[in-house]
Design a protein around this ligand. Structure first.
Ligand SMILES: *[C@@H]1O[C@H](CO)[C@@H](O)[C@H](O)[C@H]1NC(C)=O
Ligand SMILES: *[C@@H]1O[C@H](CO)[C@@H](O)[C@H](O)[C@H]1NC(C)=O
Length: 309
């Protein structure tokens, strides 16, 4: 029959056109661009909190600043925290550059920050999953801040900076994967803050997810280690309990008991930051498959759960 012949001819033509389109120079070019595109589509991790997120590893060299003796970074970068061609940071000018320690340099920190957990985390993640893509770190911590600086009803500076830096990173081309939060030391000093820590942190998380239009944004919360004297905060157990009691979807907790502290009783040593970074990389990859399926994840990891060697 004639109409059947026309149908066969039409179908063949459509199939041939499809193959021609597939192999066109434009399509081949796009395929070659995939790897280049990774640079513009970063996997974003926001780092926020107070000084332990700024990172004080190796800040043990004495210097004179404005007539006063202070401690500055000794410049030692451990191999675990070395530069990596696939790890970038949003710098103090809100531009991407190859990431390097101190990660927070220029962001709420000029002279007293050193090695933190961020580079060790990113390096470990890429070592465990070499196909993960290009990582964009968005350092946004501010030293000495209490949870009220991030959740207060007034528009507080650290929160605004965190929000705008994150928005800018996403706009410049990236997929927001998680926020990593290490904070609470300042809230162990005043009873009011310790008492309201849980509601303050819940409010912060809700507000951030809301403002970013990302209600399931994975939130990795580091639970304070056993901080001690000479640090002046005494309500450590109270804040730790509040941190453990928080229960929200996609909130992943990292217990840090046992990580080495420096002589100030509150900041981790370089080794401590590296172990924490490695634990975070493990925890992220373990929870990631569930997070991608939009399943809610509530888990607790301990820095001793993973072999860090
Ligand atoms: C200073 O920090 C380095 C790590 O960067 C460490 O190896 C060294 O022991 C520290 N020195 C003191 C006196 O704490
Ligand atoms: C945090 O809040 C306190 C009390 O309102 C304020 O004095 C301090 O400047 C704030 N810190 C920052 C970094 O904005």
């Amino acid at each position: 029959m004639r109409s059947e012949g026309i149908m066969v001819l039409l179908t063949t033509t459509v199939i041939m056109m499809y193959f021609c389109w597939m192999m066109s120079p434009k399509e081949l070019m796009l395929m070659n661009l995939q790897s280049h595109k990774l640079i513009h589509q970063k996997q974003l991790f926001v780092l926020a909190g107070q000084s332990n997120m700024l990172g004080l590893g190796g800040v043990n060299k004495t210097a004179i600043f404005n007539g006063a003796k202070i401690k500055v970074w000794n410049g030692v970068v451990p191999p675990e925290s070395r530069q990596n061609p696939a790890v970038f940071r949003l710098n103090e000018h809100w531009e991407w550059e190859l990431a390097h320690e101190p990660l927070h340099y220029g962001i709420n920190c000029k002279i007293t920050c050193g090695v933190g957990m961020g580079m060790a985390f990113a390096n470990k993640l890429l070592q465990m999953d070499p196909n993960f893509g290009v990582i964009g770190l968005v350092p946004s911590a501010a030293g000495g801040t209490s949870v009220r600086n991030w959740s207060g009803d007034y528009a507080d500076t650290p929160y605004r900076v965190l929000l705008e830096r994150t928005r800018s990173a996403v706009k410049q081309g990236g997929a927001l994967r998680a926020i990593i939060w290490y904070q609470g030391e300042a809230d162990t000093i005043h009873p009011y803050n310790a008492k309201h820590y849980k509601t303050g942190l819940e409010k912060f998380i809700h507000r951030l997810r809301n403002d970013l239009h990302f209600p399931s944004l994975p939130f990795f919360q580091i639970i304070l280690p056993r901080i001690r004297k000479p640090f002046r905060g005494t309500l450590v157990d109270k804040v730790k309990r509040a941190q453990r009691d928080i229960n929200l979807p996609n909130l992943i907790k990292i217990d840090t008991d046992g990580l080495p502290l420096s002589s100030d009783g509150v900041h981790l040593t370089t080794e401590g930051y590296i172990r924490l970074g490695f634990t975070l990389a493990n925890a992220f990859l373990e929870t990631n498959s569930k997070l991608l399926q939009n399943k809610n994840v509530v888990s607790m990891y301990n820095t001793s759960d993973f072999n860090v060697a």
